[in-house]
Design a protein around this ligand. Structure first.
Ligand SMILES: Nc1ncnc2c1ncn2[C@@H]1O[C@H](COP(=O)(O)OP(=O)(O)OP(=O)(O)O)[C@@H](O)[C@H]1O
Ligand SMILES: [Mg+2]
Length: 431
């Protein structure tokens, strides 16, 4: 019996990596993980049962990690390298290239991770994208704020952040200093480059969407346009995703054109991408950013339930260099709602959280009772999520909204903030 090629997942933790691991194992591939020592120690029994082996390496140090990963992959007959972790897409491209496996352009992969490199790559490729400028200190900040191409409001964000952490919509110079500090503090688990540099970006007004694509040999297929629900105000967090969205044909054409240019600019040749766009009142599409990975926030599940496309197997096939099956087998609609708290505090009770059942294929609550919850300023502050799917878009959305309205969380003041926060029963919807 010939052994099928091994599949190496960079960071195998989390539900989406778990689905990929399961898809690969189901097809008989030995599944390997690259993980930091802490993540490796935290691998649960289910994942451990799927894994043929793990290369333990410091994924926050790309040079060393690349050497460790490629040496391990050669020893274990790895024939595909994959990640769903935003922070590791550059490393995945470098590893695939070093091993001669299908992947993204290693020379361009940084463009999907560093928003300054991304802005340059987009501009060079003619992608319509907001004016962006990097600043390192107060003098550069002042000069940038005086630049009329930036305008008011503008957006301050970390260069290589994710999950909306440290992103602030700033309505004038007075708020800019605090926003720059917030962006610097949000460097995250995989800090890279100069920690003082942050990005200022012109504000793109309009409706927010993302485009979920899978590219093979440089040819992208757009699986769906997703409508993003985002909280308003100075700090934006995603509160839900719905797909597939049908845009007017001319708008869709413009969206696809811009997204394809962005995919090329970021060197995405073999793999998934999640491109975030804003469509203004005139139907013009502006690209905010691209990720060289499947959309997070359960978008893979939504594609599966709405379109009947097995994205995990498609990702696997792409990484193995085989044609992926991307034709929809269903014409449904799916949406996810994220439960967030409008206040910080100690979570004392939860009621009304939906259970899985017909039309509700997935629920996940992750905030422990008795633990601290934060006001949602980043996607990491989500308390839970649930997915609703069905054949009729309006019915699915109504049902999801009704389920969300039925959820109640109770918060006590957290000791440090006692006196500032009232105990209250509140809808778990961020205002
Ligand atoms: N130039 C912009 N114009 C308008 N809104 C913006 C702009 N940049 C960011 N935003 C808003 O802020 C949110 C977070 O910004 P961005 O996507 O750049 O950060 P991120 O950390 O990469 O987010 P995520 O990982 O959640 O996609 C966006 O989803 C959008 O709502
Ligand atoms: Mg984003």
């Amino acid at each position: 019996m010939t052994l099928l090629p091994g599949v190496l997942l960079l960071d195998a933790a989390g539900p989406e990596a778990g689905r990929l691991a399961a898809a690969a194992a189901d097809r008989g591939h030995p599944v390997h993980a690259a993980a930091t020592a802490v993540a490796h120690a935290g691998h649960g029994p289910e994942l451990k049962g799927l894994l043929a082996g793990t290369v333990v390496t410091d994924l926050t140090r790309p040079g060393q990690a690349l050497d460790d990963i490629t040496a391990y992959a050669r020893r274990h007959g790895v024939g595909a390298v994959l990640t769903v972790n935003e922070y590791l897409t550059d490393l995945a491209a470098q590893a695939a290239a070093a091993l001669g496996l299908p992947g993204n352009d290693p020379g361009r992969a940084r463009a999907a991770r560093d928003k300054a490199v991304m802005a340059e790559a987009f501009t060079a490729a003619g992608v319509r994208t907001p004016f962006s400028v990097c600043v390192r200190d107060d003098t550069e900040l002042k000069a940038a704020l005086a630049d009329e191409r930036l305008g008011v409001p503008c957006v301050v964000k970390p260069l290589s952040g994710a999950g909306s952490a440290g992103v602030t919509v700033v309505d004038g110079p007075a708020a800019a200093g605090a926003a720059v500090r917030a962006a610097r503090e949000a460097a995250g688990a995989f800090p890279g480059g100069d920690p003082y540099r942050v990005l200022l970006q012109a504000y793109a007004a309009g409706s927010e969407y993302s485009v979920e694509s899978l590219t093979q040999d440089g040819a992208p297929v757009h699986l769906a346009v997703t409508r993003k629900q985002v909280s308003g105000g100075t700090v934006r967090v995603e509160t839900g995703h719905s797909l597939p969205v049908r845009l007017p044909p001319l708008v869709e054409q413009d969206v696809h054109r811009q997204v394809e240019a962005a995919i090329g600019a970021a060197g995405i040749r073999n793999g998934a991408s999640h491109t975030e766009v804003v469509v203004d009142g005139a139907g013009r599409c502006t690209v905010i950013e691209i990720g060289a990975r499947l959309g997070a926030g359960h978008i893979g599940l939504l594609i599966e339930h709405a379109l009947g496309v097995d994205v995990w197997t498609a990702l696997l096939d792409t990484a193995l260099g085989r044609p992926a099956q991307l034709t929809p087998t269903a014409r449904g609609h799916a949406t996810v709602r994220f439960v967030t708290s409008p206040h910080p505090g100690r979570l004392t009770s939860l009621s009304g959280f939906p259970r899985t059942g017909p039309g509700v294929p997935f629920v996940r609550w992750r905030a422990p009772i008795g633990g601290r919850v934060d006001r949602a300023t980043a996607n990491a502050h989500r308390l839970g999520a649930f997915v609703v799917a069905g054949s009729d878009a309006a019915e699915v959305e109504e049902r999801a909204d009704a389920l969300l309205r039925g959820i109640r969380i109770r918060l006590d003041p957290w000791p440090e903030s006692a006196g500032q926060v009232r105990a209250e029963s509140t809808s778990a919807i961020a205002p």
